[in-house]
Ligand binder design. Structure first.
Ligand code: CMC
Length: 431
């Protein structure tokens, strides 16, 4: 394997170092490129740019491989749960019994939203977009816990265990509260029960009657959150790292990640998939119109839940979630016509040259919405659930940035394509 790369510009040759990751991923180290050659590397969207070294998640898009801290996603989905996987992603190892208990205790102790923060909700219209509420309320965690959010890496890392557990636990509680606020229901405080059961309890309990999740429902939400827990340098995680690189505190960085997640090409896709499946159902179509529109090009016509910036074979999460979707619907005795539409659409697209030649497969969002619908979660809350699930990945990535003594502030370059220098025109001379 090459240990250096040669670059020839005009008559001069430059030698660039090569880096190799633990799974054999290769990179040409261009950090000194501009200083030595005057050139920068142009990579719109960063698809070929390694922005960091990270020990958290390994993703091989060509072969459909996803591993957290070395553990295959299939094994984690089968044997672990969201809380344990969150610990693994953040701290690097599966917890022993004492560590698991201590982490669980912290999550439980910091689940509630204090009255002053509860009052923030009243400032929003009842129909405010849930992700807009989530990002701003999570940002306010920094205002309500300034001792954990000093914007000084050294100090913030000293309090990291508390801040991390608080963030995961409270993002979940805030998510449940957004649902209740929008439905005109009062806040239900958390109980001393497992993480996912607690989420369902806070969402669905009545004032005088606790909601107790059936085991299959609790398992489904666990699987859903676990499958979303981290996904390498996606748009929102890179955003968290970028904001964190300025030494911004954890809560502020997480809020930025939530904003990035909200877009329909990222976390917002699960909502868009459901709207698409519902339209197909309402139009009594078989999906032909959507497939034809998707093939005609344009971002707004895309087949939602299909394609991925890195997976070119299959999305391993989609495989697990497709199966989980069928299981949960069977167990709950639900016959959702949207599942049949999704299956038909998947089959039709997978036989179509447009999708085959572009290596477009169903991604995690294609089936996750059907599970959430079966659990009684409204469509406008789907991306909030994604955000709750993704919080451990964001937190682990923020920590890597904060703990890296050699880390630099993220500051990409650009190729300027605007007007060249010109002189200011007084108003009278403007057309
Ligand atoms: N429907 C139709 N055409 C598509 C789709 C799609 N869903 N996705 C990509 N294409 C086309 C694209 O127009 C391009 O065509 P051409 O070569 O003719 O210009 C070609 O396929 C290659 O696109 P790409 O470079 O692979 O796409 P990308 O990396 O820029 O975008 C994506 C990746 C996920 C934004 C895109 O596939 C998409 O918009 N999918 C639908 C939205 C979606 O499901 N997003 C959730 C992603 S998974 C959850 C997450 O991690 O956020």
């Amino acid at each position: 394997m090459a240990t250096t790369a040669q670059l020839k510009l005009d008559d001069k040759e430059y030698v660039l170092p090569v880096m190799v990751g633990t799974e054999g991923e290769k990179a040409i180290d261009t950090r000194k490129l501009r200083a030595e050659t005057g050139y920068i590397a142009y990579d719109q969207g960063y698809g070929n740019t390694g922005s960091c070294e990270s020990a958290i998640t390994y993703l091989d898009g060509d072969n459909g491989i996803l591993r957290h801290r070395g553990y295959p996603i299939e094994q984690l989905a089968q044997n672990s749960n969201f809380g344990e996987t969150a610990y693994l992603i953040i701290y690097g190892e599966l917890p022993n019994a004492a560590q698991r208990k201590a982490f669980g205790d912290l999550l439980r102790q910091h689940a509630a939203i204090e009255p002053q923060m509860q009052a923030i909700f009243q400032g929003y219209p009842k129909d405010a977009p849930p992700m807009a509420m989530l990002s701003s309320i999570v940002a306010s965690l920094a205002a309500h816990n300034p001792h954990l959010a000093t914007n000084d890496f050294e100090k913030d890392l000293k309090n990291f265990d508390l801040a991390a557990a608080m963030a995961i636990s409270k993002i979940r509680t805030i998510g449940a509260m957004i649902y209740r606020y929008q439905h005109g229901l009062p806040y239900i405080p958390p109980k001393d029960i497992p993480f996912c059961d607690n989420f369902l309890h806070m969402m669905f309990s009545e004032v005088y009657k606790d909601y107790v999740a059936a085991p299959e429902i609790s398992k489904a939400i666990n699987t859903l959150l676990l499958l979303h827990a981290d996904h390498e340098q996606n748009c929102s995680t890179s955003t968290v790292r970028m904001v964190g690189s300025s030494a911004a505190n954890l809560f502020t960085s997480l809020s930025a990640g939530i904003c990035a997640l909200s877009g329909p090409l990222h976390g917002g896709a699960n909502t868009a998939v459901m709207h698409m499946l519902q339209s197909i159902h309402d139009e009594h179509d078989d999906g032909t119109r959507f497939i034809a529109a998707a093939k005609s090009g344009g971002k707004s016509n895309r087949l939602m839940g299909f394609g991925h910036p890195v997976y070119r074979n299959f999305d391993p999460r989609a495989k697990i979630i497709g199966k989980a979707c069928e299981d949960v619907l069977n167990k709950l005795g639900i016959n959702d016509p949207l599942l049949a539409i999704a299956r038909n659409l998947e089959q039709a697209a997978l036989k179509d040259d447009y999708f085959i030649s572009r290596k477009l497969y169903p991604n995690v969002d294609f089936y996750s919405g059907i599970i959430m619908r079966a659990l009684g979660i409204p469509v406008n809350m789907f991306t909030v659930i994604f955000a709750i699930g993704r919080s451990p990945g964001w937190i682990a990535n923020w920590r890597e940035v904060a703990a890296n003594p050699k880390g630099r502030i993220y500051r990409p370059r650009q190729i300027y394509s605007g007007p060249v220098k010109r002189d200011y025109l007084p108003m009278a001379q403007r057309g």
